[in-house]
Write a protein that binds this ligand. Sequence first.
Ligand code: SF4
Ligand code: SF4
Length: 194
Amino acid sequence: MSQNNETPVRLVQIQPLKRTSAEAAASATSDAAEMLQLPTLTDWDIFWKKAYIGWRKVIGFTYTKHSYGATRRWLLAQVLPDKILYRWKPYQRGGCNRCGLCCKIVFRCPFFYENGETTACLIYKSEKHWPSACVAFPVDPYDLSEVQREVAPAPCPFHFEGQPEHPTIWGAVKAELRSELGKRVDKLKEAFNF
Ligand code: SF4
Ligand code: SF4
């Protein structure tokens, strides 16, 4: 689990790992991923499974709060620049124990794989189809508490120590806009020799 990078691109969550194997525990994660024979999916398989997930999320708006939390995370992962999306990562502590519970809230994600001794996400490490919302989790304390509430009483061991300069999304967006505006003004001043 990457914890303290400024803008991590791939946070390890449910990636293939043979939990009960001493050999795998001693191996690097990439080695373990290679050891595990995961089912292969075509682009079409992935497209339909993602469509199914979207449909279940929409239906979920009528009967579960989790759909709102999951959609919030998905939207943030789509629209925010990394600098804002990952602003809480330097303060993130703990790690994923690969229990897989967050992949089975409300419905079982069709990309979730388990075989009795291991859990994995079939697309987590895909260059083309990686699940940006799952990779970004936990985006902030609100996001984390939403999932922790859903998987309780089982623990999701992430937590935060400290906070970024701009803890709220709106505060971070405003600060970024001010900074960009300031840079433009400086360039104009320089160009026109004010
Ligand atoms: S609930 Fe938390 S610990 Fe369990 S798989 Fe999800 S992120 Fe990992
Ligand atoms: S895409 Fe599905 S299986 Fe993969 S991490 Fe997200 S919820 Fe879990």
